[in-house]
Write a protein that binds this ligand. Structure first.
Ligand code: MG
Length: 338
């Protein structure tokens, strides 16, 4: 196989702000894995929050480029050996995983979800669309622009959380999912979550800082909305310590290192009874569509990262009224826009 890669900076329509970060350009990397006449596409969406950026991704890919030139496309051995050769660097690993699965799907002439033994997303599963932290007039505009989406994921964790919810509730009564991005302390979390319960909220993601697991368990005993981990869960190794503090986990390809890793996490999370949300960073249709092929194995979908881009360089999944339709073409099924 031939591994090639280049930076793929993605400009956002407007600054995307959450409680613990903000960005206007996503520093992503496009990768290609070719064999015979076929090419698999992959993408890294590195996050500074986890110590990665496009330079660390490119340095990692350079370190394994030679290895790929000597091997044939084979899923398990390649995935395992890449895992052994690279420590950390989960976005880089995810990019390789996505490209490898795309290439394997093309060789088998099957869409990725069929390669994985999965179906199109289940009929009741809808993706949310995210409303970032902003001024109230901008939030109003974002909510109105998201009219076709039946579920909103609202970023909180600033001083005016109540005003944000009240502003949204003047416009719509659709179900809300809340993401505090570590923005609350434990007493504040209990008070706000109990208030949010009466505001048509379905669940709350990451109320407290990532390592405050015991305090999150304390909060969970005092509220009745499901609590999901995002920053508290990166890989499969984080799952055992979370089961008493959370009701579910947000799995992202870029955090866990790719498709095989995500499937293993889903399995590991089911046994202590954790629900699964499938999430994303700001990504093009490559990584979003790759993740979407796992939808049928998950309970909640939050696959909207490509909708924030000025120019998505690829086409892939379609979203109509929150419902995801996967491409039927082999592999991930993404096509480069001309
Ligand atoms: Mg989150």
């Amino acid at each position: 196989m031939q591994l090639s890669f280049e930076k793929m900076p993605l400009k956002l329509k407007k600054v995307f702000r959450v409680a613990n970060s903000s960005k206007s350009i996503a520093d992503n990397v496009l990768i290609k894995l070719s064999h015979d006449e076929l090419t698999g596409y992959g993408e890294a969406a590195p996050s500074e929050f986890y110590g990665e950026n496009s330079q660390t991704v490119i340095a990692t890919l350079n370190s394994i480029k030679e290895y790929f030139s000597g091997i044939l496309p084979e899923l398990t051995s390649t995935t395992d050996s890449v895992g052994e050769k690279i420590a950390g660097n989960y976005a880089a690993k995810a990019a390789v995983s996505i490209a490898l699965y795309d290439l394997i799907g093309k060789r088998l002439n099957l869409p990725l979800h069929q390669v994985l033994g999965l179906t199109q997303p289940l009929s009741g599963s809808l993706t949310s669309v995210t409303i970032g932290i902003d001024s109230l007039p901008e939030i109003q505009k974002s909510v109105e622009a998201a009219e076709e989406f039946p579920i909103l994921k609202v970023k909180l964790g600033s001083e005016n959380d109540r005003e944000i919810i009240e502003c949204i509730r003047k416009i719509t009564d659709k179900p809300l999912r809340i993401d505090a991005n570590e923005g609350w302390c434990r007493d504040e979390a209990v008070e706000k979550i109990n208030w949010l319960r009466g505001e048509g909220v379905e669940l709350v993601e990451q109320p407290l800082p990532a390592d405050e697991i015991a305090d999150t368990a304390w909060v969970r005993e005092r509220v009745s909305l499901p609590i999901f981990a995002d920053e508290s869960v990166k890989t499969i190794h984080d799952i055992p310590k979370l089961a008493n503090a959370f009701d579910g986990i947000n799995i992202k390809l870029m955090k866990c290192g790719g498709i095989t890793a995500a499937l293993r996490m889903i399995k590991a999370a089911r046994s202590p009874g954790l629900s699964i949300m499938l999430g994303c960073f700001i990504e093009s249709s490559i990584a979003i569509t790759a993740a979407a092929h796992l939808s049928a194995a998950c309970d909640y979908l939050d696959l909207d990262g490509h909708l924030f881009l000025v120019d998505d360089p690829f086409t892939g999944l379609q979203i109509k009224r929150g419902r995801i339709k996967l491409p039927d073409s082999p592999g991930i099924g993404v096509i480069k826009r001309e």
